[in-house]
Design a protein around this ligand. Sequence first.
Ligand SMILES: NC(=O)c1ccc[n+]([C@@H]2O[C@H](COP(=O)([O-])OP(=O)(O)OC[C@H]3O[C@@H](n4cnc5c(N)ncnc54)[C@H](OP(=O)(O)O)[C@@H]3O)[C@@H](O)[C@H]2O)c1
Length: 237
Amino acid sequence: MSTALVTGGAVRLGRAMVLHLAERGYDIALHYGTSEESAEQTADSARAQGVCCEIYSADFTDFDAMAPLMDRVLSDFDSLNLLVNSAANFIQESLEATSDSALIDTININLTAPFVLMREYKKKVNGGLIINILDERISRRVPTFGAYSVSKSALAHLTELSAVEWGATVRVNGIAPGLILPPAGQTDEYLTKNAPNIPTQTHGNLSDILRGLDYLIDSPFVNGEILFIDGGESKKR
Ligand SMILES: NC(=O)c1ccc[n+]([C@@H]2O[C@H](COP(=O)([O-])OP(=O)(O)OC[C@H]3O[C@@H](n4cnc5c(N)ncnc54)[C@H](OP(=O)(O)O)[C@@H]3O)[C@@H](O)[C@H]2O)c1
């Protein structure tokens, strides 16, 4: 039996990945920040597929909560085979308007937490696969998401660097989604409004990301790859 730790696994894209991995037979360690009720509901749906699912809260704005998360998971499960770093914030601010707290939180949640979890995974698991969820913006220069873009670009660099350093035992890859879900709190109108800006003239769906996840899991010679699932948006520089 394989086990996956998915951060930000209670809602939206993280939830879809949790349920898909459960369908594939993975036991699940589901991390969440504040969405406790959703985490419990998602865990129940995962368990309905016959796998074990435990939930773990950790606030990634708190550095001291990061490494202990891995220890909590490894005390419940014998080992891990997959770490998916999906938790992130998504703050829309220009560089000039970025507040100190938004900068610190964004770097902590989107970069430092994945870094620490990856390091702990390498030290304590030293096998299997890490997948970092990035953003197609890493290949463009979109000034309205300053700290977010910087954090995701650095995570992409970390993905490639760790793939080189750790490839003998741990593969590390990334998925860079484009327009898949509307930002939290917005409706699907956001997707239809923005789809014409994409080369395919369409938005993507959760199933597109899940196919990418399957590809990275099932491809043992793929390491250090960043899979853009974005209808070609990242190529519009
Ligand atoms: N949606 C898209 O179309 C799209 C496009 C490009 C990239 N992405 C990337 O794909 C991933 C998932 O996207 P999404 O839209 O599903 O994200 P989302 O709705 O913004 O959810 C992000 C997750 O991060 C967790 N999180 C936020 N702040 C946290 C904190 N301080 N401590 C711990 N956890 C925290 C949240 O947990 P709680 O709810 O439990 O607090 C939530 O589950 C993200 O990495 C995002 O950057 C998404």
